[in-house]
Write a protein that binds this ligand. Structure first.
Ligand code: PLP
Length: 437
């Protein structure tokens, strides 16, 4: 198949996600034939540096030989078996491994297939816990302003995105939001930590008043991804943990985007020294290979469901729950963290990128240049309403896959990015910003 052939056939048969399809009358789809490391290649051999890790999922490059080998090995043994009434080695090994690595106390793993289903599972489990605990009135949730926890109806109910709320508001249940500790909103003289504590005080006021009806507080630890990589001080999480304990409200850490080393520690919650009641993982957990999500929770929650009657049990399942191929990809991914000392090597790469990015940080059209672990973001001063679209297209012409959110440009590269590739990423981005401003 050739580029153009694939484009026309895709547009006539595939409905692409979160896309106004009519836009593709003028904006061509990007056909990809193969990937290797940080690079994606189209059918004409043109390459693109995947600076967004293919929607934040890829960790160790495309077509990684070690993850490939693990999946191929598993294919020869068992591709899938249902997890109700059955079990298999990869899912047991993965659950034990995650328990060993995660903040202490998260000993039980419940599996789903994607991020949104992990959110659904956590919300249902939390409310069902309170029901089993004779407090059925605790059935509401709170989230941060500009939160994002997925796009199925339950997940949308704790997602604060105006566009979605307008389109689907009549179908979702309404939940309150509390102010985001997004450091960009701090007063000029205020430290990130002081601002975080000021926002935590507003959380406290809300909990004080409404806790008797609140099941859980769901939060993206350290970085609110879809809010435009809004970063905040870990002390907010530490304080949120204290408040949730005090007011008997579960804390759900949605680490779907920020887990698996993205923020510099394997789990973002570690930086606040907290154990959430639920920890959600997806995206990078399989290295970006296969759909898999997991909800990790505590023995206290698990025990509230452990009884003789069926209706006290957790009523939830997906056909592909705990798929062996996906679990093997996840195990291979975790092995790479250990064998390549990834967290340390990322620290070196991050400081190299920060150093290399000086021309960007000091650029007259760039503000709020920020970094947490292997995530970078900054705002571009432009009057163009369609900046994101223009930047995306212009980046492609310059061998770069960037996908700005509004005026926010971000980098979330695969961890295998090399020093040369970091230079390429920064040089091309400076060139793109210069041309567009
Ligand atoms: C991507 C994402 C989700 C949803 O995951 P999907 O696999 O796209 O359903 C939920 N929460 C956060 C923080 C995410 O970044």
């Amino acid at each position: 198949m050739h580029n153009t052939d694939l484009l026309t056939r895709s547009l006539s048969s595939v409905w692409h996600p979160c896309t106004q399809m009519k836009r593709h009358e003028t904006l061509p789809l990007v056909p990809i034939q193969r990937g290797s490391g940080v690079w994606l290649y189209d059918f004409d051999g043109k390459r693109y540096l995947d600076a967004v890790s293919s929607w934040w999922v890829n960790l160790f490059g495309h077509s990684n030989p070690r993850i490939n080998a693990a999946i191929i090995d598993q294919l020869g043994k068992l591709e899938h078996v249902m997890l109700a009434g059955f079990t298999h080695e990869p899912v047991v090994q993965l659950s034990e491994k995650l328990r060993e690595l995660a903040p202490a106390g998260l000993g039980h793993c419940f599996y789903g297939s994607d991020g949104a289903s992990a959110t659904e599972i956590a919300l249902k489990m939390s409310a069902h816990f309170w029901r089993n605990n004779n407090q059925p009135e605790k059935s509401q949730f709170i989230s941060l302003q500009n939160s994002y926890h997925g796009e199925t109806l339950g997940a949308l109910s704790v997602t604060d995105v105006a566009l979605f709320k307008e389109a689907y508001g009549s179908m979702i249940f309404q939940n309150a939001t509390v102010p985001s500790p997004d450091t960009r909103n701090a007063n000029p003289e205020e430290s990130a930590e002081d601002f975080a504590m000021r926002c935590a005080a507003q959380l406290e006021a809300h909990l004080q008043q409404h806790h008797s009806h609140i099941a859980a507080f769901i939060i993206e630890p350290l970085v609110q991804g879809a809010a435009g990589m809004a970063m905040y001080h870990p002390s907010y999480l530490t304080r949120a943990r204290e408040l949730c304990n005090q007011y008997q409200v579960h804390l759900i850490a949605d680490e779907i985007a920020v887990g698996m080393g993205r923020t510099g520690t394997l789990f973002a919650s570690e930086q606040a020294k907290i154990t959430p009641d639920f920890l959600l993982l997806s995206k990078g957990i399989t290295g970006g290979y296969l759909p898999l999500s997991v909800v990790m929770t505590t023995d206290n929650i698990y025990q509230a469901f452990y009884a003789d009657d069926v209706e006290r049990g957790f009523l939830h399942s997906h056909s592909y729950t705990g798929n062996p191929l996906a679990c093997r990809a996840a195990l291979a991914t975790l092995d790479i963290f250990t064998s390549d000392d990834v967290l340390n090597s990322n620290r070196i790469k991050a400081s190299y990128l920060n150093h290399t990015a000086t021309p960007l940080r000091e650029h007259s059209k760039v503000s709020h240049f920020r970094n947490t672990g292997m995530i970078w973001a900054f705002e571009v001063d432009t009057m163009h309403k369609d900046f994101a679209q223009r930047c995306f297209s212009f980046a492609l012409e310059n061998e770069l896959l960037l996908r700005p959110m509004g005026n926010t440009v971000y980098f979330m590269p695969p961890y295998v990015i090399t020093e040369n590739e970091i230079h390429f990423l920064i040089d091309q981005t400076v060139k793109i910003i210069n041309s567009l401003t």
